[in-house]
Design a protein around this ligand. Structure first.
Ligand SMILES: [Zn+2]
Length: 230
């Protein structure tokens, strides 16, 4: 159902990455650096798992909560960046929300806490991970959003959408709008809606390890496309 790795862009990006990684690995071995404690690249990515706690986000037909999937995807994506030598900062590392007590105004407190974590990290890039929903069940596939007027955010979003489109065969555009987490972030920032929980087939696929890894690898490839060719 899903076609993988057919893009020449993805293959080109991977070839660059493999050669960079081999060169850096050789350098570290030669210098006798302890690999685990060494960050290869001075580049920080904040990965923001959307929702959490009493805010479960959208819910699939089978009861799957967006917040749970967002967390799993954020962890997998973060591991991919960490393995490649990037610094990774997570806004949310557990099922709980970031709002403190679940009282009135929790959503704004949650968003402000995300902003505080992002500001403190002084990142080079921010990726907010979400799942989508539509009134009709046929709609499927990843969709990327960015803050209207933010050129670098647009460029990052377009690179990501291009890699996703190669997988799905769709011709979807990255969508501009006004989103707190992107507006309040000074680095290139995007929201990635990984798929539609309102589509039963995609909702089931999104819960598998293999599809999660595929989507997260595509997000990583899209960011590399932005960094190297964007
Ligand atoms: Zn969401």
């Amino acid at each position: 159902m899903f076609v993988v790795w057919k893009s020449k862009w993805v293959i080109a990006v991977l070839a660059v990455l493999i050669s960079v990684e081999l060169a850096l690995t050789g350098f570290l071995v030669a210098k006798n650096f302890p690999a685990k404690k060494t960050t290869l690249i001075d580049f920080t990515v904040v990965i923001d798992a959307g929702h959490g706690g009493i805010d479960g986000g959208v819910v699939g037909a089978d009861g799957t909560k967006e917040s749970t999937l967002n967390l799993a995807y954020s962890r997998t994506l973060g591991e991919i960046f960490e393995r490649a030598g990037f610094n990774v900062v997570y806004t949310r590392k557990s099922e709980g929300g970031l709002y403190g007590l679940p009282t009135k105004g929790f959503k704004l407190r949650d968003m402000r806490e995300r902003k505080r974590i992002i500001d403190q990290a002084q990142p080079n890039m921010m990726i907010s991970v979400h799942m989508n929903k539509f009134s009709a069940s046929y709609r499927s596939g990843p969709q990327v959003f960015y803050q209207q007027g933010e050129e670098e955010g647009r460029s990052l979003a377009e690179s990501l959408q291009r890699v996703f489109n190669d997988m799905t065969g769709k011709e979807r555009q990255a969508i501009a709008g006004d989103y707190y987490v992107c507006r309040e972030t000074s680095c290139p920032a995007v929201i990635v809606e990984c798929g539609f929980l309102s589509n039963p087939e995609e909702c089931a696929a999104l819960q598998t390890d293999s599809y999660r890894e595929e989507i997260c690898n595509l997000i990583f490839s899209g960011t590399m496309l932005y960094l190297y060719a964007g």
